[in-house]
Design a protein around this ligand. Structure first.
Ligand SMILES: [Zn+2]
Length: 237
């Protein structure tokens, strides 16, 4: 009995000592725990995302009545989006960084230039083995009454459709009321890319109010933030 009593005290002492040591070591380790992990966009860090700024160079895309060029709007928003994604440790591949298209300078036929340009955009994404392809464009319609951002995906693309729908939700949430829905669209950059891809039509250059907004840096940043938020949500954050 005496031996048993003594060993019990010994056990209790060790239990107490281990607990004390654990608390001590634990408190020492707390600063090294990822306490701010909840704010880190882990879902997108390390991904490769292609940003395709629509048009460029000889191809201005849509032109508003006030002279706002689609190619300028798409590039500005793409650069803002690049900044946000890089801050979240995403590897960004920009299809273009300036006012040019991707066709050979010797190619003078406009239709051939466009074909070459689009196939090279796809090629860049495939070579980069990108995780996501985001194409940025602005809309235009003969009537000036239509407005609102809208996303497109390739029919039957599954993940592309999910991406476009998630982006659409965030565009509406960030940019104000808009009853538009993500729609299927047979665009080459959506059809020929093997990774989930979506096209964002950031608004209508045929609508004077939206064209004016789209030419402002503050609004371009808002659009980029909405797309960024959509990408975060797509990756489940
Ligand atoms: Zn366009």
């Amino acid at each position: 009995m005496r031996v048993w009593f003594f060993s019990m005290r010994q056990v209790l002492w060790w239990v107490f000592a281990c607990l004390a040591l654990g608390i001590f070591l634990g408190s020492g380790e707390i600063p090294f725990l990822p306490v701010s992990g909840g704010n880190t966009p882990l879902g997108i860090s390390g991904r490769t995302i292609v940003i395709d700024a629509g048009h460029g160079g000889i191809d201005p895309g849509a032109v508003s009545a006030q002279g706002v060029l689609e190619k300028d709007v798409t590039l500005a928003i793409s650069q803002e989006l690049e900044y946000l994604l890089k801050r979240a440790a995403v590897y960004v591949v920009m299809v273009r960084r300036g006012d040019y298209d991707l066709a050979d300078s010797s190619e003078v036929n406009l239709l051939n230039r466009k074909r070459q340009d689009l196939s090279r955009r796809v090629q860049i994404a495939e070579q980069a083995q990108a995780d996501l392809y985001i194409s940025i464009h602005a809309n235009y319609f003969p009537s000036p009454i239509w407005s609102g951002a809208q996303t497109f995906y390739f029919e039957g693309s599954g993940q592309g459709e999910h991406l476009a729908k998630t982006l659409q939700t965030e565009l509406v949430r960030h940019l104000g009321p808009n009853h538009r829905l993500a729609r299927p669209g047979d665009f080459r950059v959506l059809r020929d890319t093997s990774m989930p891809a979506a096209m964002v039509e950031v608004g209508f250059l045929s609508n004077p109010r939206e064209a004016a907004l789209l030419s402002q840096t503050s609004y371009q940043k808002q659009v980029a933030a909405a797309i960024f938020s959509g990408i975060l949500r797509y990756y489940g954050r």
